[in-house]
Design a protein. Sequence first.
Length: 404
Amino acid sequence: MYRFSNVFANPQGSPIRALFKYLSEPGMISFAGGYPNPDLFDTDGLKEASERAFVNSRSCLQYGNTDGTPQFKSEIIRLMHDRGIETKPENIVVTTGSQQGFDLTLRVLINAGDRILIEQPTYSSNIQAARTYQTRIDPIPVLEDGLDIDVLEKILKNASEKGDRPKLLYTIPTFGNPSGVTMPVEHRLRLLELAVRYQLIIVEDAPYSDLRFSGPPVPSLAALAQQIPNASDWVIHLASLSKIVAPGMRMGWIIAPSEIASRCSVAKQSADVGCSPWMQGIAAEYLAGGRLEGHIKKIQAAYGEKCRAMAAGLRAELGDAVSFNEPNGGMFIWARLNDGFKATDLLEESIPRKVMFVPGAGFQISDPDLSAFRLSFAMPNLEEVKEGVIRLGDAMKSLRSKKK
């Protein structure tokens, strides 16, 4: 009846959203969505920031600049400076979360059929976004220490020889979603060197970089690029307040070379005219109020405690049935079932026991590892984390008994 576009004739939705129907079930413990725990929101600080923002109500209720209000951009510049990134207003586009930043980047850089590189596993919605633009996607495997730079270098060398150079690489190098891994500095430097040599745009998605609860900090690709001649020309940095302040604000931003940023601003005009000046005003006042640093320390401590509890529970309750690496930050543990078990089979046993997670296939581009799955420790409270893993262990025992 309806003549849909080729991309949306048979669309594939988010594997995370597909589980939302179970969230309303009484007693359900969700390790599925990467949601911040609302008990950790700085509601007092945000209320005060909202009141300060609304003092100039005529401004915050009116249309604003498509690329962002001067006040919020000024606070972004200050925040980025604290993170080791020097930038200017003309390099910044305020977005509806970092996900819109990736979408706008694709809109201004990609034609149908263009080749791009995406780490695997990675954030499922940005795989969807890339497919929407009808790209040719090459997955780059993520190892225990992040993106496989050796594989990347071989692909770039072969592509250069054949004249089929990829336009960009998408990566979450710090506390990856879903992998939880962080790329070490030496690999980041190699990646930047490759970007310059092969003129490859690196899209660095960094929504989790402030959520470190153990180990020494690692500078962002954007910060390191400023130490290498010409490297900043090939890095687009995506950031967001969603994971560290409140996702309901939907405040993120792009930092990019001005030629790219200006085109992203034009693309945003036809997408949503501009982000809410009201929300930008609240975000700016919150950042200016100086509460962010203390708030980040609070959530770092809380997530660290829950991550350690989840890891300890997995070892105690599932034992040799599961393999995983314990992350130093972020929101996720990426695990694999051993002995040929599939994550979807475990999920079927888990849901009746009122605990759920996301099978890993949706985070992978091709040849998915069906044993893999993602657990988020961010949303449940500490007792729910402990109880949820006990339920997972019970589900695993049931699955094993059925396989005998």
